[in-house]
Write a protein that binds this ligand. Structure first.
Ligand SMILES: C[S@@+](CC[C@H](N)C(=O)[O-])C[C@H]1O[C@@H](n2cnc3c(N)ncnc32)[C@H](O)[C@@H]1O
Length: 223
């Protein structure tokens, strides 16, 4: 297999440099996802430009924030973003996927098999899994507001060190809403990455928010 020219130019346009075997695996992921997308509604990002500038860009921002050996749960994995690219970019961490819709969870299982990735897929609500499993970091993108995620994880902080949420510019309103509802009273929230969402627009910014219990000392390097 070789790299698709349109994928290579999308990477160049975004000034992203990747080892060839990593790029090939990410390419395989996108192609597998797009094939499944024909029968199941998984993604609207169906061009290399969109895949690189949105999906991959978010994952590349998230990947360096995790420590080697971390156990990570992608809550609401849907099409596999960010969990699957994360496991490709960071083979030194253990990624699991939680997806509450059975059909999508089955497809995720097929995708990780095709890609031969050591990624368990749970057909379950992420918060239910937290009753029985422990994860150092819960990651999530495009699943729910800050308030919703805080509510889901609230009873389970004993089994989670921190959440890392990938958010668009609306995160500030979501933070106000969560504060207003008193959901952040026992939590700390810090933006630990921010980046332009598109090279054409200076306004739209992506953010990675870290949320963790007040008073808890995190041991991760980038926390
Ligand atoms: C809009 S998709 C986002 C998919 C992917 N994370 C992304 O960024 O493109 C949200 C997915 O989360 C799933 N979902 C919603 N609530 C969930 C929960 N509590 N636990 C697990 N999956 C959930 C939905 O079924 C859906 O597939």
């Amino acid at each position: 297999m070789s790299l698709e020219p349109d994928f290579v130019s999308a990477l160049e346009n975004q000034q992203i440099e990747l080892a060839e075997d990593t790029a090939l695996k990410l390419q395989e992921f996108a192609q597998t996802m797009w094939t499944w997308n024909e029968s199941l509604n998984l993604t609207r990002h169906t061009t290399w430009e969109r895949f690189v500038s949105r999906d991959l860009r978010d994952c590349l921002q998230l990947a360096p924030l995790l420590d080697p050996g971390e156990e990570v749960l992608d809550l609401g994995s849907g099409n596999g973003v960010p969990g699957i690219p994360l496991s490709i970019l960071r083979p030194d961490i253990e990624v699991s996927l939680a997806e509450s819709v059975n059909k999508r969870a089955n497809v995720l299982g097929e995708m990780v098999n095709e890609l031969q990735l050591p990624v368990p897929v749970f057909a379950a609500r992420g918060e239910d899994l937290l009753e029985d499993y422990r994860f150092s970091t819960v990651v999530s993108r495009a699943v729910g507001s800050i308030a919703k995620l805080c509510t889901w994880v609230e009873p389970h902080w004993i089994n989670v060190d921190r959440m890392l949420l990938i958010k668009g510019p609306k995160w500030i309103e979501e933070r106000s809403d969560a504060r207003h509802k008193g959901l952040l009273a026992e939590l700390q929230l810090r933006r630990i990455a921010s980046y332009p969402l598109s090279q054409d627009s200076e306004e739209a910014e992506g953010a990675i928010l870290q949320i963790w219990p007040r008073g808890r000392q995190l041991t991760m390097q980038n926390s």
